[in-house]
Ligand binder design. Structure first.
Ligand SMILES: [Zn+2]
Ligand SMILES: [Zn+2]
Length: 258
């Protein structure tokens, strides 16, 4: 809807400009400057935009999943609880819809971006920030044999979960339930969008496990690197998803969060 209104406005402006030209003759038109392609607003979103309500008071969570991979209610509940306890937002809406499988076993970053381009219907505007969550029915194409990625935060407002990989590593003997593992990965990726760790939200004290990128050095923390990989076994007690620990919590608060 927002896109339609924008398109309409653009058309209205174009028509206006055209009418203007017919009314006033301009003998020496200036050579037109080449138009810069419009940068999507999503690319300029910062972690503080999620945490504070300075720019955005509303949040839309748009989930698109491939048939058979709808996130569990437990996962949605945990995500909404995290949003409620850490983000200053007056309103939060969550939408989930299914799409048909594109028939890929492996999803590259490029494929994820193509899926987002094709199916994302909400864009950030005015007071409303939108987060895009895609659940793939396959694995990440960049997986290594001994380390499978369960989820990815690949843009300022974009998250992918690899539903098939999550199912492979949950629900069995000595494995967490699918709901617990999926909740963990979903919250972990969302916290990357919140700028953890040292990923757009500055650290108050150094707790970055730099050998594993933007992750927390606290092995019990939700932002410990193993929470999003197949190496999680043995790292966590898996009856419930791990929570954020003090140093991560302080960083969020310091960057505009609760
Ligand atoms: Zn991570
Ligand atoms: Zn932490």
């Amino acid at each position: 809807m927002i896109t339609r209104i924008r398109t309409f406005l653009r058309l209205a402006l174009l028509v206006g400009a055209f009418v203007g030209c017919t009314e006033h003759t301009q003998p020496d038109p200036q050579p037109e400057e080449p138009e810069e392609p419009e940068e999507p607003i999503e690319n300029s979103i910062q972690p503080a935009d999620f945490l504070s309500e300075e720019k955005y008071t509303q949040l839309i969570v748009e989930i698109v999943y491939i048939e058979g991979y709808e996130p569990t209610n437990t996962s949605k509940y945990h995500l909404l609880s995290l949003i409620d306890s850490r983000l200053h937002k007056k309103g939060v809406q969550i939408f989930a819809k299914s799409i048909l499988s594109p028939g890929e076993d492996d999803f590259s970053l490029e494929t994820l971006k193509i899926m987002e381009e094709a199916y994302r219907t909400n864009e950030t505007s005015e007071q409303t920030l939108v987060v895009w969550i895609f659940v793939a029915d396959g694995h990440y194409s960049g997986n290594k044999d001994d380390n499978k990625i369960l989820g990815l935060a690949y843009g300022p407002t974009s998250i992918a979960l690899f539903g098939k990989t999550i199912k492979d590593y949950s629900g069995g003997l000595n494995q967490p339930t699918t709901a617990v593992l999926e909740s963990t990965v979903l919250m972990h990726e969302f916290c990357h969008l919140l700028g953890l760790v040292n990923n757009g939200t500055p650290m108050i004290t150094n707790h970055q496990d730099a050998t594993h990128g933007h992750h927390c050095s606290n092995q019990d923390c939700l932002m410990y690197y193993a929470a999003e990989t197949s190496q999680f076994l043995g790292h966590f007690l898996w009856n419930t998803p791990p929570s954020l620990k003090d140093q991560c919590l302080q960083d969020l608060k310091n960057n505009g969060g609760k």
